[in-house]
Each structure stands twice: as C-alpha cells, then as structure tokens.
Write a protein that binds this ligand. Sequence first.
Ligand code: ADP
Ligand code: MG
Length: 179
Amino acid sequence: MTKNMIRRQMIARRKTISPSEKQRLDQAIHNNLLDRPEWRRAKTICIYVSLLQEVDTRSLISTSLQQQKSIIVPEKRHEETHITDVDLFIVPGIAFDPKGYRLGWGKGYYDRLLTGVKAIKIGLAYSFQIVPRLPHKKYDIPMDIVITEAGIVIPAEEPGSSQDKTWIPDQVRNDKKTT
Ligand code: ADP
Ligand code: MG
C-alpha cells in the first residue's frame, strides 16, 4: 500500500473513535508513557500539542510541568528553530510500523525536525495505527519506541524480551504468519 492509501485509511478509522473511548485510550497511553524510564529521566521534553483526533497530550503537558520538566512545543511555522538540549521527543503519527517508521501528514515535518537528533524519540498512537510495514525512504526518521494503549513497540528489542511491556500487535503477527 502507498503512504497515501494508508494515510486515508487511518485518518478515517481514527475518526470513528467516540469521545469516551478516546479518553479511555488516551489515559492508557499516558499511563504507559509516564511509567517509562525515558520519560522519568527526561528533563526537557519536546512535545506536540494534540489536535482533533491525535493522541491527547494536553494532560501530559500539565503533568510534565508538575514534574518540573521543561517543555518545548515544535512550532510549525518556524522549522529552523533549533532544538538542542531536548532529552525526549514525543511525536504524533498517522501510522507506525514495528521498525519504528512513521507516517505523518506527508510534509516530512518531523523527518526534518529529527534529522541528526540523538535524543530518544517516542511516537504515540492507538494500537490500530500500527501497521505491518510502512514504505520508507532515506529521509524517514524512525522512532525508538512507539507507545499505544495496548502495549509498547521497541524496534530494537524482540517482543517480550524484557520486563517491559514490549508487544507485537495482532495485525502485525497475523501478517507475519501469512508471508
Ligand atoms: P511524512 O513523514 O510527513 O509522512 P514523507 O516522509 O512522505 O512525509 O515526506 C514528505 C516530503 O518531505 C518528501 O517528499 C521529502 O522529500 C521531504 N523531506 C522529508 N525529510 C526531509 C529532509 N530531511 N530534508 C528535506 N526534505 C525532506
Ligand atoms: Mg516521513
């Protein structure tokens, strides 16, 4: 499937989540994230401000401020903003795959923002947004971790290999069986 087909499908699917279901999923994603050592250790976090159907970050932002963390919000109009001293990037996405590759809105905004960045990159998504594989090119920057309500995808680790909630979604497992 092309990036555009996956985009259209995922955007449509995401619109079907009811507000109460969304709240439940967002809460579970927040709990999984707040538990992570990468979050606890981070002093400065670059995080998106969620819009519409994106995984909510508004309550995460207030939690991080309560935890005395510094927050940087990527500013879409000023791509040249340099983001040094960030320990952790929290990134939205339309889809992710088990290698950490990410599908955005098609402008390559986060690919540019994250080029050369060594800090940990965490993508937030609902579990249905994890697809078996995404087309990717040289400039696509993969995530180190993808957090969903159902579990955590860590591309560098085998699922279930650590005490973490590393996990492989059914749609990925089933795809592997048939190929
Ligand atoms: P997205 O990551 O938003 O899903 P794509 O990966 O399809 O979107 O990238 C969209 C466009 O952005 C591509 O055509 C690519 O040429 C451009 N692009 C991505 N990363 C960079 C970069 N680091 N420098 C310059 N252009 C880039
Ligand atoms: Mg890309």
